[in-house]
Design a protein. Structure first.
Ligand code: MRU
Length: 366
């Protein structure tokens, strides 16, 4: 997608240049900075510090991290250590483990001298596949938006509410939840996006709003607690969110606060869809609430906020009393019964075991 009118991806390599390049998302929306990852440790640090984040992009970064590791030492124990380091960075998004496992499985079949080249090729494949999956989801999901638009007075926008950043910044390109939105815009449909700010890291206010602005998509940033009110007043036509891990039974783990949006949507008869590319589906789990590990993050994310002063300085200030304890869960689980449908690369399907098994028979375990 575009940054100041120029097409970009969130992660890339450059011919003749060593390493892997990323956008440092911790600096947005105030500064647009890129950085180069030289080693698997750089990749792990970029994931840990959330310079890259979002389940699909974490997966792609981990795959490139494995390529950096293989380039430095393709031996089995070095690769196992690199895999452990990467997988240990963030526990909830399953794409991380999915990507690292895929690389390890492929490299273990090769002699050591062939591993680095194969790892670079596989990382590039994973990145390309991510974009193709997102495009396919967008082509399926846009039909939901088209159907709503057909019921509206000509020119009235379809109002879409989203949570966190499931946009192109969370993927290699195009986004998961935003794929349908960008597709709708390209087809000339009028849309307007309500962007949950997504405390405490503000991925909505800082990232989703920024990328929609760069693409010229009409949007409004709202405090996280506003969605229910908007739905009660008929101001939201459809909710589309992303997922960090979806179980075989269709429970969806996504950024904290997603569950509350699903409850409000159910109470108000607003359709609630999840854009779920297959690498984010964990067919080994069925009970999302009991089985998905929920990342608990630093209290500083809640006690402090960072922003830009009128003078252009980036400053961080405390917003809670010194000493007040904090709980900071990164994700929650929305039970399948609250989900109208999953937008996958193979079509829009029901959030239940039989629909998921029918759509992805090769992934079903046991
Ligand atoms: O903690 P983050 O920023 O990595 O959170 C992940 C997300 O952005 C989401 O939960 C997203 O909606 C799913 S990934 C497309």
């Amino acid at each position: 997608m575009r940054v100041n009118g120029r097409s970009m991806r969130t992660i890339w390599t450059e011919p003749g240049e060593a390493g892997v390049f990323i956008i440092d998302q911790t600096q947005l929306p105030h500064r647009f900075l890129t950085r180069r990852l030289h080693s698997v440790e750089d990749a792990a640090e970029a994931i840990l510090s959330m310079q890259v984040r979002g389940a699909p992009l974490i997966g792609a970064t981990a795959a490139y991290g494995m390529a950096l590791a293989a380039a430095s030492d393709p031996g089995e124990s070095a690769l196992a250590a690199a895999a452990g380091r990467l997988v240990g960075t963030r526990p909830t998004a399953v794409n991380l483990k999915w990507a690292v496992t895929r690389v390890i499985e492929q490299l273990s079949r090769l002699p050591a001298e062939d591993r680095a080249k194969a790892a670079w090729a596989l990382a590039a494949d994973i990145a390309e596949e991510d974009i193709a999956l997102n495009r396919a989801m967008g082509e399926h999901g846009v039909r939901l938006i088209e159907a709503i638009a057909a019921q509206k007075q000509a020119g009235r926008p379809v109002n879409i509410l989203t949570h966190c950043n499931a946009g192109w910044l969370a993927t290699v390109d195009r986004g998961t939840a935003t794929a349908s939105i960008y597709e709708a815009c390209e087809r000339g449909l009028a849309v307007h996006v309500y962007v949950d700010e997504t405390r405490p890291r503000n991925q909505g206010a800082s990232l989703t709003a920024w990328e929609l602005g760069q693409e010229g998509v009409p949007h409004t940033v709202i405090p996280d607690n506003t969605g229910g009110h908007l739905m009660q007043h008929g101001l939201v036509d459809i909710v589309i969110v992303g997922t960090d891990r979806t179980t075989a039974a269709g429970d969806v783990c996504n950024k904290i606060g997603t569950y509350l949006k699903a409850l409000a949507a159910k109470d108000n008869g607003v359709p609630f869809y999840v854009a779920a590319p297959s690498p984010s589906i964990d067919f080994s789990l069925s009970d999302g609430i009991a089985e998905i590990p929920i990342e608990e993050r630093s209290s500083a994310e809640v006690t402090h906020m960072t922003g830009e002063t009128a003078a252009g300085e980036i400053e961080t200030v405390r917003i809670t009393p010194e000493g007040s304890p904090v709980a900071n869960y990164g994700f929650d689980v929305t039970p399948a019964r609250l989900i109208t449908g999953l937008i996958t690369e193979r079509g829009v399907i029901a959030a239940n075991e039989s629909a998921l098994a029918a759509a992805f028979p090769e992934r079903v375990i046991g």
